[in-house]
Design a protein. Structure first.
Length: 155
């Protein structure tokens, strides 16, 4: 009987901690998710937004790195007011439209996470390193520069 009394509080504490830890991992910034922001449905919509100069974030629900930086990207989108930002889940995209998109980018495949800066409704393949960022660290780095207003090619 004494052993049960000793282990019961310990087990309850472990269960409470486990439930809290699981809940923390699945929440996003202030309860936000991708769908709470402007959204692009398919590849043919990436370069034709009415804003002219804007940001497109490409992600995949199955992408580990996308999940790792999701909170940071959503926090940026929630607070950044200089330009419009659109989210694009490439999992739901049409394969037939992908080739024209990749040609415009000067790429051979779509990688996630990626960030594209669209300037004046266009994308220059000759200056793609200034406006296309692929990989978690590159995306986070450019978001930091944009947030601080220190990115020199974005006006």
């Amino acid at each position: 009987m004494t052993m049960k009394r000793l282990f019961l509080p310990l087990i309850l504490l472990i269960l409470a901690f486990s439930a809290t830890a699981c809940a923390e991992k699945t929440t996003t910034t202030a309860g936000l998710d991708y769908e709470d922001f402007d959204y692009i449905e398919d590849y043919d919509e990436v370069f034709n937004r009415r804003e002219g100069t804007y940001i497109v974030y490409l992600y995949s629900e199955s992408c580990f790195n996308c999940g790792e930086i999701k909170r940071d990207v959503l926090a940026f989108a929630d607070s950044y007011t200089d330009r419009a930002m659109f989210f694009f889940n490439v999992d739901n995209a049409t394969a037939e439209l992908q080739n024209a998109f990749l040609t415009t980018l000067g790429r051979t495949q779509v990688g996630t996470p990626s960030l594209i800066l669209i300037k004046d409704n266009g994308f220059s393949t000759t200056a793609s390193s200034r406006y296309f960022f692929s990989g978690a660290s590159a995306v986070l780095s450019i978001l930091t520069d944009l947030e601080k207003g220190t990115y020199q090619y974005w006006s």
